[in-house]
Design a protein around this ligand. Structure first.
Ligand code: AMP
Ligand code: MG
Length: 492
């Protein structure tokens, strides 16, 4: 009997111009290389049945699971600031939605499963490297507590894809609370289809923001809620050293999850101008630019919603601007609170932001590793003898010593014990992030030697980012100069 998924599809019930019905294109010889068993259970799927040749065929798009209603979603988007009125799922197919163990509706989507009516000139396929990267980084983000799409499985297709060279083809099974993007609103907004914008907004409210359904002005409330979630999301990215890489409006989720892991990366040395993506020549999406880009993207969403906000255009614009103005408080609140926690501060004082900024400035000047500085600072909070481990991360350790003096004066104003502070700091300052050189090494082993043991090990370490894991301590280390990866590629 074919494997049946307990689908309860709602997006496919929207009007037919919201998507194209299209099935995955069968591939030669699928092989499952990774199944996320805990996530399968969470989705109400049987991991043992998925972990089989039949499961591999489903997860690579060779056969459809029972109950699937496969579609490619339509969307538009601003790519590096330029509007493209039609993008859509060019290489992704939504199999359907399931309700997970927590009662949350989740999309199950295949990425790399063959062409769709939205493929334009693309082949609808994905290469193994980017699939592994998305698997590793999205699951690491989840373990770090950051809202994100997830990875249920990675399969190789047994076929090659042509990029700069021939590469092994792969499919990622992605799970998201939905795949609705700012660009989905833009698709209809650009066509002047206000009815569709309203239908989409109603669907989004019912699905992601049900508490707003009774609001007096639900569309104003929706814009405010999406703004708040995006602001908090980007604050979380900055606090963990994450750079998305391609913050186009089609890669901005309405639910507030991190989505579309392309040339994303975590920075090693703290430098606010860090950019990895090979296609981001102007640094539009560099680390420190991410908040303003999120607001720019939300402004594009607001433009689509204008006809729903007020009949009078000027009034609608003024109200949208008022709502977008809340971004800055939401972002600053989340970012400053996060920095206080990273420094082990339990209370809030006026000068805390200056103290945090002084450390960041010292890190930037001293080329200190972002993740390690905060992790080692956590231990130094427990025992001043550990200061030496922090100061050695700085090119000019004396600058750190001066800062540490200020920090300790501030800590002395709080009643919490050193041990309490150390525990609190270790819970927000991870030891392990998916360091770029590690991700690249894992991809190389898989591509060159068909060796997935390094991938398995890295994924396992990253499921517990806040634990020390002495046997894997080397994964916490920054790259040696010769291991440094300076560029990442979309690899589409
Ligand atoms: P991305 O850069 O992955 O966010 O993709 C931007 C757009 O290009 C989306 O509409 C994708 O579906 C489409 N796309 C990317 N790669 C391919 C491909 N290999 N074949 C078809 N469409 C693609
Ligand atoms: Mg995309």
């Amino acid at each position: 009997m074919t494997l049946h998924f307990p689908f309860q599809n709602t997006y496919a019930a929207l009007p037919s111009n919201f998507f194209a019905r299209v099935a995955p294109t069968p591939v030669a010889s699928p092989r499952l290389i990774k199944l996320n068993r805990p996530l399968a259970l969470q989705l109400g799927l049987d991991p043992d049945r998925l972990d089989s040749p039949e499961g591999a065929e489903i997860l690579a798009g060779k056969t459809l699971p029972g109950g699937a209603d496969p579609i490619a979603m339509a969307y538009a988007g601003h790519q590096f600031g330029n509007f493209v009125p039609q993008l859509g799922d060019g290489r992704a197919i939504l199999l359907g939605e399931v309700i997970d163990q927590d009662g949350v509706r989740r999309d199950i989507q295949l990425k790399g499963s063959g062409p769709t009516p939205f493929s334009r000139r693309g082949d609808g396929r994905a290469a193994l490297g980017p699939v592994l990267r998305e698997y590793i980084v999205s699951e690491a983000m989840f373990a770090l507590g950051i809202p994100t799409t997830r990875s249920l499985a990675a399969t190789i297709t047994g076929e090659s894809v042509m990029r700069e060279t021939m590469l092994p083809g792969a499919v990622l099974t992605r799970v998201a609370s939905s795949h609705i993007r700012v660009g989905t609103f833009q698709y209809f907004g650009a066509r002047g289809d206000t009815d569709a914008v309203r239908q989409l907004a109603d669907h989004v409210i019912a699905r992601h923001y049900p508490e707003l359904s009774g609001a007096e002005r639900p569309y104003h409330a929706l814009l405010a809620a999406v703004t708040a979630r995006q602001a908090r999301l980007v604050a979380r990215w900055l606090l963990i050293g994450f750079i998305h890489g391609v913050m186009n409006t089609d890669n901005t989720s309405i639910s507030g999850e991190t989505i579309d892991y392309g040339p994303c990366a975590f920075m090693d040395d703290y430098d606010p101008s860090t950019v990895f993506s090979s296609i981001d020549e102007m640094g539009r999406y560099r680390y420190a630019h991410q908040p303003r880009i999120a607001l720019w993207n939300l402004t594009r969403l607001a433009e689509c919603l204008l006809p729903l906000l007020a009949d009078d255009q000027d009034k609608a614009v003024a109200e949208a601007q008022d709502t977008l103005a809340t971004f800055s408080d939401e972002f600053n609140g989340a970012y400053k609170e996060g920095l206080r926690k990273k420094l082990g501060l339990f209370s809030e004082r006026d000068d805390d932001q200056l103290l945090a900024q002084a450390l960041l400035d010292t890190m930037a000047k001293g080329h200190a590793d972002f993740t390690l500085t905060f992790r080692r600072l956590s231990d130094a909070a427990g025992d001043t003898a550990d200061d030496s481990n922090v100061r050695q991360l700085f090119a000019e350790p004396v600058a750190f010593d001066e800062w540490a003096l200020r920090w300790r004066q501030r800590l002395a104003e709080e009643p919490q014990s050193a041990a309490e502070r150390q525990i609190a700091m270790r819970a927000v300052n991870p030891a392990f992030i998916p360091r770029n050189h590690r991700v690249e090494a894992v991809i190389q082993a898989a591509m060159s030697n068909d060796d997935y043991a390094p991938f398995e090990e890295l994924v396992a370490v990253l499921t517990k980012p806040f634990e020390d894991q002495p046997a894997f301590a080397a994964y916490a280390d920054p790259p040696e100069p010769h291991e440094r990866v300076c560029q990442t590629f979309c690899g589409t």
